[in-house]
Structures are given as C-alpha cells and as structure tokens.
Design a protein. Structure first.
Length: 156
C-alpha cells in the first residue's frame, strides 16, 4: 500500500486522490467506521478466502461488502481461476466451476446481500492490463484461465 499511498497523496492534477482511504483488515472484520462510506468498491483478482467468499458465495462476506457502500454504490470485481491452472487451490478452497448455472446462483446471492443489477461477463486477458496491477500484467501472459467481471449497485 506504500506506493499507492504515495500516489494518492499527490495533488489531484498529478493523479492524487485526497479522499482515498486504505484499510488493512479482513473482510469478515471490517471497522464499523467504514459502514456506508463508499461510493465505489473495487476488488481486483482476489485470492484465498476472499476469492472463495465471492464465488461460493458467502452471504456474511457479501453483506459485509455491501455494508461498506452508500445507496447506489457501485461494486466492480474481477476474479478468475481454472481447474487446469489451479487444481490444488480450487480443491482447497472448494471453488465451483464457473458454469452458467453457478453464475445465476451468484446473481441471486449478490441480490440477497443488497446488490441490484448484478451482471457477470467474461474478461479477456488483454483487458487485465487495464486493471493496472502488477499481478494483472503477469496473468495476462500466464496460463489460460477464465476471468469474470462482476458489476452491481447497492440498493437505493
């Protein structure tokens, strides 16, 4: 977070973001002071328990994420894994195949947690570079896996 903090501290004309807040906490134990403060929530390429919570999905974690947002807050997430590329991790985290049926279940779970307009769409490797993370740049040239983009809004 050091690099991002330095960039955020710059003047807005130089790419700074005076209203950015960095938090180091697990999604299961977010500070109450963050309730209802976000206009936008972005999750890029989660791994481990956060990935599992987003795609299995875990209603408690989804509700915790939703609680961060103000009404109308936009949620954007990009995640991906593959049985061929990540068999051990997929088994360890009990990650389901990203089938059409599972995508429909994801939509329902996100709606139940407080999101509307839930849309899931494939993300192409070339689009990963637009995420502007070093991990996304590495994955762009890595093994083939399915990436999904999820977009939703917090209920009004």
């Amino acid at each position: 977070m050091r690099k991002a903090s330095i960039q955020a501290a710059r003047k807005p004309k130089r790419g700074g973001a005076p209203n950015v807040l960095f938090v180091r906490a697990s999604v299961e134990a977010l500070p109450e002071a963050l309730t209802g403060v976000a206009d936008e929530i972005t999750i890029h390429l989660p791994w481990g328990s956060l990935l599992a919570a987003l795609v299995r999905p875990d209603p408690e974690v989804l509700s915790s994420i939703a609680a961060l947002g103000r009404p109308g807050c936009r949620l954007r997430a990009v995640f991906g894994y593959s049985e061929a590329s990540d068999p051990g991790e997929q088994a360890r985290l009990e990650l389901p195949a990203l089938t059409a049926a599972h995508r429909a279940a994801l939509r329902r779970a996100y709606q139940a947690a407080g999101f509307e307009g839930v849309a899931l769409a494939p993300v192409e490797r070339a689009e990963l570079a637009a995420l502007e993370t070093s991990w996304a740049r590495r994955l762009r040239f890595g093994q083939d896996r399915t990436y999904l983009g999820l977009v939703a809004r917090r209920y009004q």
